[in-house]
Design a protein around this ligand. Sequence first.
Ligand code: BDR
Ligand code: CA
Length: 312
Amino acid sequence: ARKIIIDTDPGQDDAVAILLALASPELEVLGLTVVAGNVPLPHTQRNALMLAELAGRPDLPVIAGCDAPLSRPLVTAEHVHGKTGLDGVDLPEPTMTLTPGHAVDFIIETLRREPAGTVTLVPIGPLTNIATAFQKAPDIIPRVQEIVLMGGAYFEVGNITPTAEFNIYVDPEAAAIVFDSGVRLVVMPLDVTHKVLTSRAWVGKMQALGPVGQAVASWTDFFERFDREKYGSEGAPLHDPCTIAWLLAPQIFSGREINVVIETAGQYTTGMTVADWWRVTDRKPNALFIRDVDAGAFFDLLTQRITQLDRR
Ligand code: BDR
Ligand code: CA
């Protein structure tokens, strides 16, 4: 199985990504490293513990990480995810506890321990933990197999400012470190994540499963409310699960190898992923920037895996 570390700020869509990963025998989740993002760290770490328990994995290392971006105050998204970050379902108070230590050190130690080129990082929140690990221990950078992240946008521009996607906007300095690191990047921007929208029929299918499916259905309902009120659109975009779906079924996605740099100093554009989609610069490609997905195949995969989790 392919070894991954999920770096996360759960978040209803983070939750679905984590469940999809834990349901998939092709992946070995070495741990959940938690970061502040959608909501402050005390909530995201508690949410991560509740998710591990919901998935029946109280053995999974869950490690708390950075509680604020590298050099800016934290920006959160309660307007999307609710006060706890996982509003929509009341899960039982977690009985498992955090693995001692700091997420940054867990990332460093794991990459040093495992054979070089065998651990993939899957960041689905702001990139603070990953960038801090790279700064603290540059020797781990060439040991990373790949980074498959959710963040950024090009044609879809922004969701937190007119030009910036949330994960990149919250910590653009961290994003710049990751995008300039030289590690092979697969990027799931809003351009693709806005194409995997939940439907009423799919939510109904989830509702008919066991406790995991029902949680997924209720989160989706909660999360969808924001997009419906804001954009008048039907369905919730399953941003973060795109990263895990890529690891399971890359053939359902398509994109381009391009250069992407992060705007950290723009007057209006801080946090923008400046994506050279049309290759108008001679900057070298540093990312596979995904734009399209077979949404039907994506939902078939997700349905199958969530169903399996509820059958255990
Ligand atoms: C990203 O921001 C968060 O709100 C979601 O969990 C996702 O990671 C989408 O812009
Ligand atoms: Ca997230």
